[in-house]
Write a protein that binds this ligand. Sequence first.
Ligand code: NDP
Ligand code: MG
Length: 381
Amino acid sequence: MKKISLMGATGSIGIQTLDILRSNPESFNLVAFSAGRNIGLARKIIEEFKPAFVSMQEKEDAEKLRSEYPGITFSYGEEGLSGTATHEQAEIVLNAVVGSVGLKPTLEAIKCGKTIALANKETLVTAGHLVMSAAKMKGVSLLPVDSEHSAIFQCLQGENDKNIERLIITASGGSFRDRTREELADVAVEDALNHPNWSMGAKITIDSATMMNKGLEVIEAHWLFSLPYEKISVLLHRESIIHSMVEFHDSSIIAQLGSPDMRVPIQYALTYPDRMPLESAKRLNLAEAGKLHFQEMDFERFRCLQLAYEAGREGGSAPTVLNAANEIAVAAFLDGRIRFLEIDDLVERALETHSLIKEPDLEAILETDKRTRQYVQSLLA
Ligand code: NDP
Ligand code: MG
């Protein structure tokens, strides 16, 4: 029986994680979880899974629940996320919150020696160097949940990392893959939220449409697999059947395939190095799929991907700025305050204005994250 703590239980990844726990009550026990503002769903999760600890984003929600469920410990805000990440009973912490708010609790979970299943890519983009060195020092495993990174991780089982020629991260192309840059000027929020292959949270769906998601994934891969950026490439693959590949020195390429279903990489992170049946997953029928398509990425069309490579190569505090500016810009687009292509502009301006810190410690990272948010907010005002 593995004891799980789940951060972001009410989100897209969180709900799919609960589905896996529900189907395998003999293998997993949910000991703690955190939610944001969705108190209705938090109640349902409490009643079904009976965890020992629950954290809400807001104090008033935590207090309301505390009066309803006297046997459970409730917390809220930053302290609550930290309590979820470090809960004494938890063996695996699955981080599925969205945004760099996931950074500090991840570092705290590592300090407590928890195994980390990481969906929250913003954490690695914001401070990959701190997270990776903390994990190494503590001997903690960081298991990828993001489908591309799970695919690469699966391709690398039993392989010597020294033989890697390059990683090939596949990209579906997002909601606007068939539109020219000119056609993106006036796209509506609802259209951007309509992803052709995956059903996900709002922020990552917009990130997929701008291709920032792929950029964040390139930086995430750089840290997870400790490879330089010239060894990480991106390939457009409309069908989302090949989830990513690894090319080796001898020219062999190993790929991981499957229907687009996030429960597969989530479950793999929870059961690694074992595998469990996933009865409800749609099995891939390659004869039915017939053809797979591949295409080079257009870096002018997808400026965010270019910006992410540049920020990644620059290193230091640049990826922190990229991520924070993007979080504010995407929220502004979702609120109808800016147009789609202004997301790229805001991120670019934040990167241009920032004075690089070469080796930022946690304090410098958190300060950079905060200042970038303020700067982009000021541009919006
Ligand atoms: P969602 O927006 O669906 O869910 C986010 C979760 O975080 C919710 O539980 C939300 O609570 C909670 N949350 C949001 N802000 C805060 C906050 N300030 N404090 C505490 N909790 C908060 O996101 P996804 O599940 O789509 O994505 C989660 C992460 O996983 C992201 O980093 C994303 O990039 C990554 N990812 C997602 C994939 C997917 O298929 N969805 C695929 C690969 C990676 P509430 O809803 O209660 O307000
Ligand atoms: Mg992904």
